[in-house]
Design a protein around this ligand. Structure first.
Ligand code: HEM
Ligand code: HEM
Length: 171
């Protein structure tokens, strides 16, 4: 019995992709807004930034499990083995960094014991709060997302292969 690869990703997968993408954008925006502001203002932003970031982590883990259990379309080819490899690796790296980003955030939260301050209103944020690994990982994650979006636009408008339809609902 031969099982043919589907033409598009499953509806659950598509939903996870777009919900996670939206959450990543909002969490990123909030994270960047914490730079160069007072510690009091920072607490208000972190109250949203931290739970949203943890939601990204949980959904990425669900997606990772779905990834290996659901049939998915054949990798797309642009007719150049090197570019195809870059596409494949960008996807792997997006998984890794979308998980590393919240994990390094959680490390910050544990190191500085932030939950009582952020969610319990106890005391104030430490003056020496510094983003550590979280601050090193985000530029790489941002570059990968940018590359990914540029690739999607290249497929859609230059190659005109309607790749976006694979990551949308339909038969
Ligand atoms: C998709 C997930 C996440 C993204 C994209 C993200 C992004 C960012 C960015 C861009 C910053 C600014 C870094 C800087 O000051 O140089 C930041 C700051 C911060 N993030 Fe996240 N973050 C995520 C998840 C989390 C999680 C899960 C937590 C904790 C539970 C967290 C805790 C923090 C804290 C405490 C800061 C402030 C650091 C400081 O002011 O020194 N983040 N985040
Ligand atoms: C406007 C933003 C985005 C656009 C236009 C977009 C577009 C797409 C498209 C068209 C595909 C299907 C590629 C194929 O069929 O081979 C795809 C797959 C993928 N996207 Fe995005 N994407 C966006 C944001 C993101 C973000 C923020 C992430 C990071 C978590 C992400 C992670 C992935 C991954 C890992 C895949 C590979 C398929 C999978 O394993 O789920 N995307 N994206």
């Amino acid at each position: 019995m031969s099982t043919q690869a589907p033409k598009r990703y499953s509806p659950l997968w598509v939903t996870l992709h777009w919900v996670i993408a939206l959450l990543v954008f909002v969490t990123f925006y909030l994270g960047l807004s914490t730079i160069d502001i007072s510690l009091t203002e920072k607490v208000g932003i972190l109250r949203w930034h931290m739970p949203l970031g943890i939601t990204v982590l949980v959904l990425m883990l669900v997606r990772f499990i779905v990834r290996w259990r659901t049939p998915h379309p054949e990798p797309v080819t642009v007719g150049n083995a090197f570019l195809d490899k870059i596409g494949e690796w960008t996807h792997y790296l997006l998984y890794i960094f979308a998980i590393l980003m919240p994990l390094t955030g959680l490390m910050l939260s544990v190191t500085y014991n932030l939950p009582p301050v952020v969610f319990g209103g106890e005391g104030s944020l430490p003056r020496d709060l510094s983003p550590m690994l979280h601050g090193l990982v985000y530029p790489i994650f941002a570059a990968l997302i940018l590359l990914h979006i540029l690739a999607a636009l290249y497929h859609q408008f230059i190659r005109k292969d309607n790749l976006l339809a694979r990551m949308w609902y339909g038969k």
